[in-house]
Design a protein around this ligand. Sequence first.
Ligand SMILES: [Zn+2]
Length: 124
Amino acid sequence: MSVRTTKKHYALFVKEVERWAAAFGFRDWKLYTYHSKLDPGNFAECEWDLGHRVAYLRLSTHLSDEAAPPTVASIKRVALHECLELLLCQCTTTMREARPRDFVSCETHKIIRVLENVLAGEAK
Ligand SMILES: [Zn+2]
């Protein structure tokens, strides 16, 4: 049976995105959130358009079959994660001009994991 996220999970995701967007000062950004089916293995994702200051944060409706069932904590965590992606988006975009995408993703995620652990711990 496939693992899914519910409307309740999505509502929590949106609330958490709004909370972190305020905390991180994304006032000049237009954020759009979605609850849609993403590529297998993707719990959520964040895409941005730097020039237009628009970002798209998506929570997947379907998780991979091996995924653990979503919890309040995991939804909060993934919302924080996607907001951290957005916080670093200028750096990520700049690094992508110089280095391969996988390298950039690995480096940014080292930072994201640290911030996630610190901030998720403090945000309970
Ligand atoms: Zn990520």
